[in-house]
Design a protein around this ligand. Structure first.
Ligand code: ADP
Length: 244
């Protein structure tokens, strides 16, 4: 990382995400998170678990900058998101890839153009990304469907498009909300292998899941939420990385 792209306060190898007594109260008055404190090491691989309604999606929204904390401090790449200016946010967002639970594909765009979105929004010339998009689509088994529209794909195929779009820009932080929720166990295992590949390239990965078997098999550190409170978080000194 050169000086120009370095985020102020960001330490190579230090925490990439730091929450300090973070709370979120929605407009309705629901307190979705309270007093949540943890750190994620740069280059770590983490699972986020907890019952439905525990606050997992809310925690992820803070991490992909769709929400600011109501209480406490959330720090991403060394930037305090509560006080970050609007101008800082696009630069931070470019470092983050998100796989949404409901995929959020654009229905009028082809598979190729959906995956190319992170480049299209930045007006990157087609020649600079076409090969990466093609390669990645082949890698997730969709090389033959690049011109298809999302509605003609199965749920599992749409999910792989969403995953390809999240990883194509080689994000520093990859966040996935139930990425194996709509696919059979074999495809789920393939998707996790893709995330581990990205992790090996240096990305920090956070996966929200109900799949406790998957979590146990991986040996990766776990954050657990119950009723808006963090009941388990990695001891960062001892946290093992995901098995490679
Ligand atoms: P999980 O992802 O673990 O199922 P969520 O973060 O979606 O949990 O929700 C946590 C709590 O916050 C729930 O009580 C939910 O009803 C509430 N909640 C989530 N999103 C909103 C919202 N936009 N407005 C009001 N309440 C919300």
């Amino acid at each position: 990382m050169n000086e120009k792209t370095r985020t102020p306060g960001y330490r190579e190898g230090g925490p990439i995400v730091r929450f300090d007594k973070v709370g979120v109260t929605y407009g309705s008055g629901t307190q979705a998170l309270r007093n949540v404190s943890f750190e994620l090491e740069s280059g770590g691989f983490y699972f986020l678990t907890g019952p439905s309604g525990a606050g997992k999606s809310t925690l992820l929204k803070l991490m992909y900058l769709a929400l600011r904390p109501s209480q406490g401090r959330a720090n991403l790449f060394g930037v305090d998101v509560g006080s970050a200016s609007r101008d800082d946010l696009p630069m931070l967002r470019r470092k983050i890839g998100v796989v949404f639970q409901d995929f959020r594909l654009l229905p009028h765009l082809s598979v190729f153009d959906n995956v190319a979105m992170p480049f299209r929004v930045r007006d990157v010339p087609l020649a600079d990304y076409a090969e990466d998009v093609d390669d990645l689509l082949r890698w997730v088994g969709l090389g033959g469907r690049i011109d298809a529209l999302p509605e003609t794909l199965s749920g599992g195929e749409q999910q792989r498009v969403a995953i390809a779009r999240a990883v194509v820009g080689k994000p520093s932080l990859l966040i996935a909300d139930e990425p194996t929720g709509n696919v059979d166990p074999d495809m789920g295992a393939r998707i996790i292998r893709l995330f581990i590949e990205l992790h090996k390239l240096g990305a920090t990965v956070v996966i929200a899941t109900h799949d406790l078997d998957l979590v146990r098999r991986s040996g990766a550190p776990v954050l657990r939420l119950e009723a808006g409170e963090l009941t388990q978080a990695p001891n960062l000194d001892q946290a093992p990385k995901a098995k490679r």
